[in-house]
Design a protein around this ligand. Structure first.
Ligand SMILES: Nc1ncnc2c1ncn2[C@@H]1O[C@H](COP(=O)(O)OP(=O)(O)OP(=O)(O)O)[C@@H](O)[C@H]1O
Length: 308
């Protein structure tokens, strides 16, 4: 463990919620990417969705809170980067024309370093990544969580305003993975975190030669889950050898293959994320009064404004 990683800055942990709300207030919406199971492609999906949102003109950031296995830096070719500070603030790395990236990996001396931290220390680091990063004004922040429903996703949800955040749940099609996703859905429901929808990754394999599709890990598990729990289905990403290769070559798939069948599948998911983002923006605008209070809470003319 590195000295930096272990040091939970007490002053920051104890800073008040108003500070955090003000900073996070510059981020219009946060998509929290979760999965019940490890290795289902959550980081791959997070990285490519964040890049695509950014390429669609939304000011976007990605925060990797996978404290024990941060893979986002490698996927952007940023493995050697370290945390940069300016005026007491952490400065995010910028890639692909303005996509902002922060990862626990930037605190490690090397990717082989093991991180041994208990829950409260992890919560302190996650808080700093939300509070002390110069994110600027963002339309969307994508948060890549470690698998499961442990300390990291719990801290993220507790620190954020759930009216401006929602979950994107990634699964593979097999029953074993979908059983674990049920736990993620239950986690969101218990914490009142809205679910934007489910993405089924590694859903079938498109042969690069004959273009026939084979269901190697079966398919449809994510869709069935969405029906069972009345949650939106965002779409499916096939097994694609170029996705695996891109990860190894330290670049996001969509940066090199923007016009393939797989890219089109990512595009459909991003369109759904964008619609959900715009819908939520409209709702919050019509819902809020001139002083920032909820319209329903406004006592009407002569109280905070005369607009109702
Ligand atoms: N659709 C896909 N086609 C081919 N390979 C994929 C696909 N999705 C992910 N992979 C590969 O699977 C491996 C695991 O992906 P990734 O690291 O994104 O999973 P994860 O769920 O974030 O893992 P972890 O549980 O460790 O956080 C990577 O090598 C990645 O390149």
């Amino acid at each position: 463990m590195t000295g930096q990683a272990t040091t939970c800055q007490q002053s920051s942990c104890q800073s008040n919620d108003a500070d955090l709300n003000m900073k996070v207030g510059n981020i219009k919406h946060t998509f929290i990417v979760m999965s019940g199971k490890g290795g289902v492609g959550k980081s791959t999906v997070s990285v490519n969705l964040a890049l695509s949102l950014s390429m669609h003109g939304l000011k976007t950031g990605i925060l990797d809170v996978d404290i024990h296995g941060p893979s986002v830096p490698k996927m952007f070719g940023l493995s050697k980067e370290k945390i940069k500070m300016m005026d007491d603030q952490i400065v995010p790395q910028e890639v692909y024309n303005g996509l902002k990236v922060i990862s626990m990996g930037f605190l490690l001396n090397s990717s082989e370093d093991a991180v041994i931290l208990r829950g409260p220390a992890k919560a302190g680091i996650i808080r700093q990544f939300l509070e002390n990063v110069a994110w600027g004004d963002l339309d969307c922040l994508v948060i890549d969580c470690p698998p499961g429903t442990g300390d990291e996703p719990l801290s993220v949800v507790q620190l954020l305003d759930t009216s401006r955040s929602s979950a994107v749940i990634v699964t593979t099609p097999q029953q074993l993975a979908t059983i674990d996703v049920e736990k993620s859905i239950s986690f969101c429901k218990q914490l009142n975190l809205p679910i934007t929808g489910i993405v089924e990754n590694m859903s079938g394999f498109i042969c690069p030669h004959c273009h026939a599709e084979a269901d190697i890990f079966s398919s449809g598990g994510g869709y069935k889950l969405s029906q069972k729990f009345d949650v939106s289905y965002l779409g499916a990403i096939p097994i694609d050898m170029e996705i695996a290769r891109s990860g190894d070559e330290e670049r996001p798939y969509l940066s090199s293959f923007p016009k393939t069948e797989t890219a089109a599948r990512f595009g459909e998911i991003v369109e759904r994320l964008k619609s959900s983002y715009l819908e939520l923006q409209n709702t919050s605008e019509t819902d809020s009064c001139c002083d920032g209070s909820k319209a329903q809470e406004c006592a009407g003319p002569g109280s905070c404004c005369s607009g109702h």
